[in-house]
Design a protein around this ligand. Structure first.
Ligand code: SF4
Length: 465
């Protein structure tokens, strides 16, 4: 999971990107970077850690120009080190500079990289994003968009991409549309962001999403768009086949928006896939309440990702909602911390129960998901020690039984508690009096177009492998 942000046609691009990256910080906390263009030269600054710690005022001042792209990284593939931080910036053989910022995961990057290395490419990183740059650098024409299309023709996976050249910014989404990407405007200035909340920080207005399979080109003549995936003329009767450039894809395509963006990842003040995250999240809680009511004294949430669903659950079941767990705001999200030991330590310093609310009470605890179960077990242990009489855990998504291959760092199937334990075994492991999940149908009923969503980590129905 990463956040990307692009700006075109402003006075000081880097300072607006800096602000936009703040709004996307929840999508990645390992590293941050900005590339800006003054129309002649692209300049890069990147560093490890949070946005606030990566850039000084001078760094932002050095990144001169009216356009730029930025990135906050959480490594779904690759190592946690400065070389892997994005945007990546290269100079091609004729001196043309190209920068890339990538959110997603390329499934076949290992094969593509092997092929490129055999042809003489030397890689600086182990990032799948560099594979895309090398393919572009080796393409045959002088037209960037043609080279881009031929370069992405062999990619399999989830990718929302931003490119910066000295005279244009280009945004695209993979044909399945796994990861979100939106377009915003302020006057004649154009903005691209993983989530629309980043537009609010720079005074831009959300216009629309970049569509799956669409390339959006922004240059001095404004914004133009092309769809790079076409149904094949040889389309046969049962399965649709598709072309990218001249290449015929050996698999069918269907819209596959990541439903986990609504459940957990995205900020509640964002629109993703043109739906309000807050409303969907609250609806998930209401549905959970309708499906899994329990008699108790109050509803509390695991803040903050479970909070809005908990409000929906409380509304649906007519129970009071209380702030039974207080969160230390200065600790990052545990789930997106890649170091296991850090994740373990993070739980105990992140949350604290409010004893005088909880003691002697029957509590419904709402959380968005259970991944390994170890975090839930710790949190429930805290609530138990605070004196709760009964604890009923309700989860606003179905059991996560399968790993994600499209840009979210879920653990292997073996580590996912729901893939190896029954409901009653999970309940006993976590230490609650009862445990229920939202059904798959219930979850899908909370979004406008359920058929457009990927549910593979719940259902095992992978759109592409
Ligand atoms: S597998 Fe799950 S986390 Fe991955 S894209 Fe699909 S819904 Fe999202």
């Amino acid at each position: 999971m990463c956040g990307i942000f692009g700006v075109w046609g402003v006075k000081e691009a880097s300072s607006l990107i800096y602000r936009g990256l703040f709004a996307l910080q929840h999508r990645g906390q390992e590293s941050a970077g900005i590339v800006a263009s003054d129309g002649k030269t692209l300049r890069l600054h990147r560093g490890m850690g949070l946005v606030a710690n990566t850039f000084t005022k001078d760094d932002i001042g050095r990144l001169k120009g009216s356009s730029g792209i930025g990135h906050v990284r959480y490594s779904t593939a690759g190592l946690s080190r400065i070389e892997e931080a994005q945007p990546l910036l290269i100079s091609c053989s004729e001196g043309e500079q190209i920068a890339i910022a990538h959110n997603g995961n390329i499934l076949n990057s290992g094969n593509l990289k092997g092929r490129l290395e055999r042809e003489g490419s030397i890689f600086q990183t182990i990032s799948d994003s560099e594979v895309i740059l090398h393919r572009i650098a080796r393409a045959k024409t002088r037209d960037f968009i043609s080279n881009l299309i031929s370069s992405i023709s062999l990619l399999k996976g989830g990718y929302s991409l931003l490119f910066l050249l000295k005279d244009k910014m280009v945004a695209l989404r993979d044909p399945f549309g796994f990861r979100p990407l939106s377009i915003g405007k302020r006057g004649k200035s154009i903005f691209i962001a993983s989530e629309t909340s980043a537009f609010d920080l720079v005074g831009a207005k959300y216009i629309r999403d970049v569509e799956p399979g669409e390339i959006v080109i922004i240059d001095k003549s404004g914004l133009t768009s092309i769809f790079y995936v076409q149904p094949s003329p040889q389309e046969h009767l049962t399965t649709k086949s598709y072309l990218i450039g001249d290449y015929e894809l050996p698999y069918p395509i269907r819209k596959s928006y990541c439903i986990f963006e609504h459940i957990y990842f995205a900020r509640p003040d964002s629109l993703v896939f043109s739906e309000g995250v807050y409303s969907v999240r609250k609806m998930l809680g209401r549905k959970l309440g309708a499906e899994n009511r329990v008699s108790a004294d109050m509803v509390i949430s695991v803040p903050y990702s479970g909070t809005i669903a908990a409000m929906g659950y409380a509304e649906e079941t007519d129970m009071p909602y209380e702030l039974g767990l207080v969160r230390n705001n200065y600790i990052g999200r545990t789930f997106i911390n890649p170091e296991h030991s850090m994740r373990e330590a993070g739980v105990s310093i992140k949350l604290n129960p409010v004893v005088d609310i909880i003691a002697g009470k029957r509590i419904v605890v709402i959380d968005d998901s259970i991944v390994r179960g170890t975090t839930s077990r710790k949190i429930i242990g805290m609530i138990r020690r605070a004196g709760a009489k009964e604890i009923h855990l309700r989860i606003s998504s179905p059991p996560v039984r399968h790993p994600c291959y499209y840009g979210i760092d879920t653990p292997t199937e073996k580590e996912l508690i729901a893939s190896k334990k029954s409901l009653s075994n999970i309940r006993d492991f976590i230490g609650v009096d009862s445990l229920e999940y939202l059904s798959l149908e219930g979850m899908l009923s909370c979004v406008k177009n359920p058929r457009d969503y990927c549910t593979a980590c719940f259902s095992g129905d992978y759109p592409i492998l």
